[in-house]
Design a protein around this ligand. Structure first.
Ligand code: IPE
Ligand code: IPE
Ligand code: MG
Length: 225
């Protein structure tokens, strides 16, 4: 039996380097990165094995970047969600955010809310965007909600997380081999794939090649096969 990539998670890295390599500003890379998000999401929505696609769009650490880049990313996110609203609906794609959204502007929160509510009835792919997301922050927020409610168990903590779905396949583009605080709990038994391809150049063909390899891996989950 081959593995099914039910939940794919991607650390979309390398936008800035991609743009700088051609003498353009980092923001140009983010703009092109958003096009990859659309292409990969639309592709996954047509894939019957894939139920959930979680994309790392902005980390709790990304606030350390220059103000101008952070502001650009916030505007890009708002623009992306507004313009893609119809793509979600036409593709039967449900949109879900994870992360601490409380810090975002009212207008961005409204757009996030609007697309989430509008796509609530979609039952194809769930596209989950990790926004102001950090694995540690997510676990701490969940633990704080559960404190004073008796003993915390693996099940109760998992259910309290922003995302309670284990990752099957985790991909990082951009050449680095680290998790950068992404889905620390949910990736406990994920298969990890790293590619040097920079996110704006990541294609559906490369995704298919990775899925093909993933399907042949023996996943033992600590047992013996
Ligand atoms: C990933 O690309 C996108 C975000 C973190 C928002 P980067 O912006 O990290 O691009 P590089 O890694 O500097 O090339
Ligand atoms: C991870 O990329 C975060 C996102 C893709 C949103 P970074 O570029 O922020 O990660 P580091 O700094 O290389 O670890
Ligand atoms: Mg990076």
């Amino acid at each position: 039996m081959s593995n099914l990539p039910r939940h794919i998670a991607i650390i979309m890295d390398g936008n800035g380097r991609w743009a700088e390599a051609q003498g353009k500003s980092r923001t140009f890379g983010h703009e092109r990165g958003a096009e990859s998000v659309r292409a990969i999401t639309t592709h996954c929505a047509k894939h019957s094995d894939i139920e959930r696609l979680t994309l790392y769009a902005f980390s709790t650490e990304n606030w350390k970047r220059p103000k101008i880049e952070v502001e650009f990313l916030m505007k890009l996110l708002e623009r992306y969600l507004k313009s893609e609203r119809s793509t979600y609906l036409e593709g039967n794609i449900r949109f879900e955010p994870i992360g601490d959204l409380s810090i975002f502007s009212k207008s961005l929160r409204n757009v996030i809310d609007d697309v989430q509510t509008a796509t609530m009835g979609c039952n194809g792919l769930t596209q989950c965007l990790a926004l102001n997301y950090g694995g540690r922050d997510e676990i701490v927020r969940a633990a704080n909600t559960l404190r004073n409610k008796g003993e915390i168990t693996v099940e109760s903590l998992s259910a309290q997380l922003d995302c309670s779905h284990d990752v099957d396949l985790l991909i990082r583009t951009g050449g680095d081999h680290r998790l950068s605080n992404f889905l620390l709990w949910q990736a406990a038994y994920a298969e990890l794939f790293f590619t040097k391809t920079l996110w704006p150049e990541f294609t559906t063909d490369e995704l298919e090649t990775i899925i093909k390899k993933f399907k042949t891996v023996e996943r033992r989950f600590g047992g013996l096969n």
